[in-house]
Design a protein. Structure first.
Length: 365
């Protein structure tokens, strides 16, 4: 039995390392940039000086200096301790939010806890623990995690919220993927009685229907992570190729662009009302993308792959990259005459191309 457990631990460690290497070295982007279909309305006469503009937001009862989250990326293998430490240091210094990578590895294998718990050394306004929706229910060979294990994950990093990620397309292509999904919503509902929960996709987006169901069970925030950035079916396609799993490789190619475009997913999620926070994500690379997401209805944005090379290099380079994105956002706020994030949300936009087609057809739901 212990041999089986150790093999599983090794598999998870290797998978985490593969994910980072593939995202750094291969083309894993979706084939269409939906953000370029979102144009913002220029204001030639803004009655505000740049120095007066505020990028601050409130999230889970805390004040953040920039509406930018460092998205879930890693934990559980050699490179992730330094990556998580750099992210935690920068989130603390800049006063922004940070979501750790999936903590499944540490819940199942105490040897890797330190690659996550290093985050506890930093005073971060919003830090989210992370677990897959698939780990909340029984899968082949493993029991679903209950409240006790989630407490363990939260305490491990001193979290003030829990991010639950949904990633069925990725699991479907992953050679060793978990494909049970029945009961995840009920499990989220149970956990939402104890924790502040944010639910996210991993690159395939959240529809209006899913957003409504999540809101109804008490979820406080949705991170859309729609199509336009990192494709996790693409990432698993490369892993399948390495594992010589021809069928899964073919499936990964077939589903490379599967999902709801990120800008559309924001509009759909926001259409369920204002009693829930929306984080725009999936291919956010610049402050202009961030502004586009906020104008469409997001409260903030989160970035993964665009930050990865900086997060691995050093806290200084990560900090400089995030400040660049925030500065670009501030410039766009000036150009739209928006003195704060609330005003930016009202500043108006025009949709073109495939994004416009999606919205025209989906708004008849
Ligand atoms: C190297 C890497 C590892 C990731 N690991 C996780 C994870 O453990 N949990 C999770 O919820 N999302 C994970 N993600 C997904 C991101 O948080 C994000 O939802 C997705 O990559 C789309 O955003 P992007 O286009 O900015 O990369 C990971 C992303 C990257 C780049």
């Amino acid at each position: 039995m212990s041999i089986v457990v150790n093999m599983n631990d090794e598999l998870i460690k290797q998978r985490k390392a593969d994910h980072i290497n593939i995202c750094l070295n291969e083309d894993v982007d979706s084939n269409y940039d939906y953000w370029n279909d979102v144009s913002l309305r220029h204001n030639a006469l803004p009655e505000i000086n740049r120095s007066e503009i505020s990028t601050k937001i409130d999230f889970f009862g805390k004040k953040l200096n920039h509406p930018i989250f460092i998205a879930a990326m890693s934990g559980g293998h050699n490179r992730s301790r330094i990556l998580n430490e750099n992210c935690a240091k920068v989130a603390s210094e800049l006063g922004i939010g940070f979501c750790i990578g999936s903590q499944r590895a540490a819940i199942e294998n105490p040897d890797v806890i330190e690659s996550y718990s290093v985050v506890k050394d930093y005073d971060i306004p919003v830090v989210l623990a992370s677990i897959g929706g698939g780990q909340l229910i029984d899968q082949k060979g493993s029991k679903g995690f209950g409240v006790d294990k989630i407490h363990k994950a939260m305490n491990m990093i001193g979290a003030n919220g829990l991010s639950i990620f949904l990633n069925l397309p990725q699991e479907a292509v992953q050679p060793e993927g978990d494909e049970n999904t029945k009961g995840i919503l009920k499990a989220i509902e149970n956990l939402s009685q104890t924790f502040d929960i944010s639910v996210k996709e991993c690159g395939c987006g959240i529809s209006r229907d899913v957003a409504m169901r999540l809101k109804a069970v008490g979820v406080k925030s949705i991170e859309v992570s729609g199509v336009s950035g990192t494709s996790w079916t693409a990432v698993e396609c490369y892993r399948a190729e390495k594992a010589k799993d021809v069928y899964k490789q073919k499936l990964g190619n077939l589903l490379w662009d599967w999902g709801i475009p990120a800008p559309v997913s924001i509009i759909e999620s926001r259409s369920v009302g204002f009693g829930i926070k929306i984080i725009g994500s999936g291919g956010i690379n610049t402050g202009l993308d961030a502004a586009r997401a906020i104008v469409l209805g997001a409260d903030g944005v989160s970035l993964a792959k665009a930050l990865l090379p900086y997060a691995i290099k050093s806290s200084e380079s990560l900090s400089a990259k995030i400040l660049e994105v925030s500065d670009e956002l501030k410039t766009v706020m000036h150009l739209t005459g928006s003195k704060d994030i609330k005003a930016l949300k009202k500043s108006g936009y025009v949709l073109t191309g495939k994004t416009n087609e999606w919205v025209k057809q989906r708004m008849s739901f």
